[in-house]
Ligand binder design. Structure first.
Ligand SMILES: Nc1ncnc2c1ncn2[C@@H]1O[C@H](COP(=O)(O)OP(=O)(O)O)[C@@H](O)[C@H]1O
Ligand SMILES: [Mg+2]
Length: 383
């Protein structure tokens, strides 16, 4: 079942006055797609999901499930969650404490009046998919967090919903369990083929689960695309920073043209630019840029002799070295601005705070964002 959101808006009236939680968003979620809503706390993810579920009423716009109009503020249409045949899983498991895992999973089928044999078959099938067959006699209190969330997911999928909606379902799990449950969830969704909308603030989760991701901010969609699109071609600095870890470096630079060569001024340094980037910046004529460069494209120049002559040299002062196990994250400073990079296997282990060193920047991989506008609504030239 595909899901279409058009001009969807939700305003709340609260003690704080009017809050526009979702502002005029529109996109289509494909049949069988694993679609992720990603963004910081308060950006409108849950509200969007609840609008799709039918738990909230839109104040503007409409939602279609396939050809069926399930919500329209203008036409006064509002289908209930049951009429929409959606299943939801939330951060808190909300299992019935007095029922066994089996009965928790069976619950929606009993409500629907199914027979005992059919119920047993469906529950066993869902339990097998989630690897909880051995737990079916246990009460929720006897289960770990991860096991409880599996029971909650089994309960959601057991009645074959048209749409599967999940709101930060893994947030309460510890890191290891989160990673394994994430992988299982992806598998489950592939096997079931149910259109799925998944809310998270965790970009790693979004990148590993999503066929496509909508990045939300302040109730609007900043960018929608496949994980690799968002990573390689962020539409603006917000998306550039939000996707990827450690985050993308952002440096204020100004282009300077000398004898037909365009370079980037940062502090007292001037960075050489690949020809195609020079052409890009020249064509736009903008005077100030935010240079976006992921930490993986920055290295100490001395450690990369094989790339001598390729890339731009930038002297920087090392401020802090954060060990992260396999590598360390090095924070350096240039012209009062921060630039981070990672040490690798066999290089950079000896870097100390206070040192000044030449960094080599691979500016063929740089992004350029404009800095105009009141909020830093920062776009690619031509985007
Ligand atoms: N029932 C409500 N009443 C008033 N404001 C709300 C209500 N629900 C959400 N909001 C506000 O709407 C905005 C988006 O909230 P939400 O969708 O929960 O964000 P997210 O899930 O991305 O953290 C926030 O500013 C939040 O405070
Ligand atoms: Mg939320």
């Amino acid at each position: 079942m595909n899901v279409t959101l058009a001009r969807l808006t939700k305003e709340f009236h609260s003690a704080r006055g009017r809050v526009a939680a979702v502002k005029d968003i529109g996109f289509e979620i494909g049949d069988g797609e694993f679609f992720v809503l990603l963004g910081p706390s308060g950006c409108g993810k849950s509200t969007t999901l609840n609008l799709i579920a039918g738990l909230e009423k839109a104040t503007g716009g409409e939602i279609r499930f396939g050809e069926t109009l399930v919500a329209s503020a203008e036409k006064g249409v509002h289908f209930s969650p049951r009429e929409r045949n959606v299943a939801m899983v939330f951060q808190s498991y909300a299992l019935y404490p007095h029922l066994s895992a089996f009965e928790n999973v069976a619950f929606p089928l009993r409500i629907a009046g199914q027979g005992e044999a059919a119920i047993r078959e469906s529950v066993m099938k869902a339990a097998a998919m989630l690897g909880i067959e051995a737990l079916l006699d246990a009460r929720p209190a006897e289960l770990s967090g991860g096991q409880r969330q599996r029971v909650a997911i089994a309960r959601a999928v057991v009645r074959q919903p048209s749409i599967f909606l999940l709101d930060e379902p893994l947030s309460n799990l510890d890191a290891l369990l989160r990673a394994s449950t994430r992988a299982e969830l992806k598998n489950l969704q592939r096997n079931l083929g149910i259109t799925t909308v998944y809310v998270t603030h965790d970009q790693v989760e979004a990148m590993s689960l999503g066929d496509r991701i909508a990045v939300l901010r302040d109730g609007t969609v900043e960018q929608l695309g496949r994980p690799e699109d968002l990573y390689e071609r962020p539409a603006n600095a917000f998306v550039g920073r939000f996707i990827g870890s450690p985050p993308m470096n952002l440096l204020h630079v100004s282009p300077v043209e000398e004898a037909g060569v365009l370079r980037l001024q940062i502090g007292t340094s001037k960075l050489d630019l690949p020809a195609e980037k020079q052409a890009l910046l020249r064509a736009s004529g903008q005077k100030e840029w935010l240079l976006g460069l992921r930490p993986e494209f920055v290295r100490p120049a001395a450690e990369a002799p094989e790339t001598a002559g390729r890339g731009a040299i930038l002297p920087a002062k090392i401020v802090q070295v954060e060990p992260m196990g396999r590598e360390s994250l090095v924070h350096a400073e240039v012209d009062g601005q921060e630039i981070g990079f990672l040490t690798g296997i066999g290089f950079g282990r000896d870097i100390e705070p206070g040192a000044v060193m030449d960094l080599l920047l691979d500016l063929a991989r740089a992004h350029f964002f404009t800095t105009g506008g009141s909020r830093e609504s920062i776009r690619h030239p031509g985007a």
